[in-house]
Ligand binder design. Sequence first.
Ligand SMILES: [Fe+2]
Length: 273
Amino acid sequence: MPQLTVQLDTLVRLSPAGGVAITGIDLSRPLSPEQKDSIVAAFLAHHVVVFPDQALTREQQFAFAANFGEVEAHGGHHGERKRYGVAHVMSNLDDNGTPRLRISKAANYHWHTDKPYQPAPPMLTMLCAVELPPEGGDTEFANMAQAYAALPEATKRRIAGLRVAFRPAFDASRPGADHPLVRTHPDTGRKSLYIGNHSTHILGLPEGEGAALLGDLLEHATQRKFVYTHDWRAGDLVMWDNRCLLHRAVANYEADKYRRVMHRSVVRGTVPF
Ligand SMILES: [Fe+2]
C-alpha cells in the first residue's frame, strides 16, 4: 500500500456522536509528521478513529501507539504476563483456548472509561481486531462532551465542582482515585462527564444521593443519540479518547461459541482536571 498523506477526502464521518474512518494509510510503517498531525487532529475532533484493513504485528501496533505518548506495559487484570514492547491480547478465551462468556462487575459489557481508578488514567486505548465472531461483538462509544453540553443549565450548576470516587470494580480492596465529575479536556478545553463503571460515590454527598445522581447522569449520557456503535471487521484498528467517551462491549454474539481476539494498546494520560 503506498503511504499517502492523510487528506480530508480519506476521512469518513461515522456518526453524529463521533467516529471517523481513515483509509489509505498503512500503520505498520512509520508515520510522517504530517500523518501524525492529521491523525491527532481527527482524534481530537471525532474521538474515535477507525483504520480499516490493517495488518500489524503486536510490535508494530505498539510502535504506532507510541506516536501518541507513553504506552502502558499492560492493561488487563487477567491473562498473559506483562510483556514490554508489544500490544497485549484480549480475548474471550479461557486458559485452554476455549471461548467463554464472562460477565462480572468488572466486565467490559458495562459502560466505562478505562482505568478511571488510577490517579492519571489512560488518554487513549486502541484495539485491533484479529479474530471476530461471524457477526456481533460490537463496541459502543458514548460521547460525554455532547452529553454534558446537553444537560440542563440547572444540572450543570448542581454538578459543577463535584468529585467522583472510582475504585476497581473487579477488586474493591485495591486503591482508587477521585476525579472531577465534569472534566476539562486537556487538548480541546471541552467539558465532559467522567462517570461509568468503577465509580462508587460522589465526595461530600450522602451515598444514596450520589449513587442516584451518577445513575441519572449515566442514563442521560448513554442515550442513543450520543452513541456510535462500531461493527468490527477483521483488520480494523480503532483508537479512542478515554477523556471524553464511555465505551462498552456488546454481548450480541455467542461468546461461548466463537472466538473474539483483539490486540490492545493503552497510552498513558494525565491527571484529570
Ligand atoms: Fe475498556
